[in-house]
Design a protein around this ligand. Structure first.
Ligand code: 5GP
Ligand code: MG
Length: 175
C-alpha cells in the first residue's frame, strides 16, 4: 500500500498558497476588464481551480473538461480522449485552461487544439506545475506556478490510482 512519507513533501501548502496567489494576481491584472472562461481539466485541477477562483479579483465563468486518464499507470499512454466535453460556449470568449501539471504536454496541447476549433477570442494556459523534462508537445504556459523535477507527484488534486488528491501539499511517490 502506498503511503506518502512525510519526508517526501516537495511543495508545502504554504508555498502552494503563495504560488496560487501570485498567479491569481497576474490573471486579475491581465483580464482586468474581461470576463474569461476558466476551463479546468479534470480531475487533477479541481483543488487548484477552487483556490484560484477565490483569489481572483475579476468575475469569471468556470467550466471543466474531462479527458481520458492515465488509468493506473504513471506514464502517459500518449492517447487523449474527451470523456466529458464543454457545456459553455467558447466562440469569442477569452479562455484560460487551468491544469494541474504539464508533463508530456499532450493533454494540454489537445485541449488547446480542441478549443481553437471552436473560435475563441484567446486561449491561455495556467498550470500549477511544469515537468519540462518529459515534454513531447509544445505547450506555451502563460501562468505557471513552479517547475518540478521528473518525479511522480501527488496531492492538491493530483492522484496516484485515485488516492492522495486530498493531501493539502504536494508529495513525491516513488516507484
Ligand atoms: P501530460 O503528460 O499530457 O502533460 O499530462 C496529463 C496529465 O497527467 C496531467 O494533467 C496530470 O493529471 C497527469 N500527470 C502528469 N504528471 C503527473 C504526476 O507527476 N503526478 C500525477 N498525479 N499526475 C500527473
Ligand atoms: Mg490533469
Amino acid at each position: 500500500m502506498l503511503t506518502p512519507d512525510p519526508l517526501e513533501v516537495l511543495i508545502t501548502k504554504e508555498e502552494i498558497g503563495r504560488l496560487v496567489e501570485r498567479m491569481a494576481q497576474e490573471i486579475s491584472e491581465d483580464y482586468r476588464d474581461k470576463y474569461p472562461l476558466l476551463l479546468g481539466i479534470l480531475k487533477g485541477s479541481f483543488v487548484f481551480m477552487a483556490d484560484l477562483v477565490r483569489l481572483l479579483e475579476i468575475p469569471v465563468e468556470v467550466d471543466f473538461i474531462r479527458l481520458s486518464s492515465y488509468g493506473s499507470s504513471k506514464v502517459s499512454s500518449g492517447k487523449v480522449r474527451v470523456i466529458h466535453g464543454l457545456n459553455s460556449g467558447v466562440k469569442g470568449r477569452d479562455v484560460i485552461i487551468v491544469d494541474d501539471i504539464v508533463d508530456t504536454g499532450l493533454a494540454t496541447r489537445f485541449v488547446i487544439d480542441y478549443l481553437n476549433k471552436r473560435k475563441p477570442a484567446s486561449v491561455r494556459v495556467c498550470a500549477l506545475l511544469d515537468k519540462p523534462s518529459r515534454r513531447k508537445a509544445d505547450v506555451p504556459i502563460d501562468y505557471l506556478g513552479v517547475k518540478v523535477p521528473d518525479r511522480f507527484v501527488v496531492g492538491y488534486g493530483l492522484d496516484c490510482d485515485e488516492r492522495f488528491r486530498d493531501l493539502p501539499d504536494i508529495r513525491i511517490v516513488e516507484g
